[in-house]
Design a binder for this molecule. Structure first.
Ligand code: DHB
Ligand code: FE
Length: 312
């Protein structure tokens, strides 16, 4: 049985990708940002999911204003990095999981979420920057450590989906994954945000108080967040703060009760408040075969898990 084991929220600021690609991560400005993801990289290396569903938004890279799907699920075998004006980022091609993606598409569409099936798509910083933050820098000839199912959400042109719709889609994705018979551990990413506005008279707007309340409620009371109207995101978190509705898809796909195992917040990176959170479902499935070849190793893993749990 497939299972969603954890959710990751992460900003996707393009300048973070440029800092990585241009070898500037040691500069104090960028060190402040990257240092907040050191523990997350350790967590990811330990968690080793088979698949990540990455909820992100395309920034007019794969879709132009000619065609804007509200929810677009990547069902292809691979997704190359998009050319966003400076050539494609020097990162590995993202490998998909067509079988699980097709299963999710069927399940959520039969559940009345009419998503768009995408069989060919390039992915931009919205997806590749969070992958780098959680997996580190990767050369184009390397591989990302897990398969990725991209879920592109329209937050670029009015009207984006409501927070409630996003949360309910997350629940439908949870049901879809749990009805897949393959033995897969899945992590779901919500990306974008936090508060930022990149143009107009309010360019540079950041609202840390609002961001912090959003993160607090994301863990403890996500239903409260589902009632926030678009206008409040725009007013309080800036025009691009609307990206935060995507975090509600991630949260909806988790259990109601979660453990917040990590949080990081820093201001600013480029024009944006960088927010990051890791939420684990409390009920993790038993250690899988591939993770514990020998019975002793399995026993050791279970003990380690128990110790980790008792420390919480
Ligand atoms: C910035 C942030 C974004 O999320 C984005 O998509 C583009 C630019 C910024 O901070 O400059
Ligand atoms: Fe963005």
């Amino acid at each position: 049985m497939a299972k969603i084991i954890a959710g990751v929220g992460s900003s996707h600021v393009p300048a973070i990708g440029a800092a990585l690609d241009n070898g500037r991560t040691e500069e104090p400005y960028w060190q402040r940002v990257f240092s907040g993801f050191e523990k997350s990289k350790e967590w990811m290396a330990k968690t080793r999911p088979d698949v990540a569903i990455v909820v992100y938004n395309d920034h007019a890279s794969a879709f132009s204003v000619d065609l804007i799907p509200t929810f677009a699920l990547g069902c292809a075998a691979e997704f190359p990095p998009a050319d966003e004006g400076w050539g494609p980022r020097p990162v590995p091609v993202v490998k998909g999981h067509p079988q699980l993606a097709a299963h999710i598409a069927q399940s959520v569409i039969l559940d009345e979420f009419d998503i768009t099936v995408v069989n060919k798509m390039e992915v931009d910083h919205g997806l590749t920057v969070p992958l780098n933050l959680l997996c580190g820098r990767k050369e184009p000839n390397e591989e990302w450590p897990f398969k990725v199912i991209p879920l592109a959400v329209n937050v670029v042109m009015y009207p984006p989906p409501t927070g409630h719709r996003c949360y309910m889609l997350g629940k439908a994705i949870k049901k879809a994954v749990e009805s897949c018979r393959e033995d897969l551990e899945v992590v779901i990413f919500g990306t974008g945000g936090l508060s930022h506005q990149i143009s107009g008279p309010r360019a540079g707007l950041i609202n840390s108080k609002w961001d912090k309340t959003f993160l607090d409620n994301l863990t403890r009371d996500p239903k409260k967040l589902t009632r926030i109207p678009h206008i409040e995101y725009m007013r309080e978190a800036g025009a691009e703060g609307i990206e935060m509705v995507m975090w509600l898809i991630m949260r909806g796909a988790l259990d109601e009760d979660v453990n917040e195992v990590y949080r990081f917040y820093t201001v600013p990176a480029s024009n944006t408040a960088v927010g990051h959170i890791i939420l684990e479902n409390k009920r993790r499935p038993a250690a899988k075969g591939k993770r514990s070849a020998s019975p002793t190793k399995r026993a050791a893993q279970v003990t380690k898990l128990a110790v980790r749990r008792s420390k919480r």
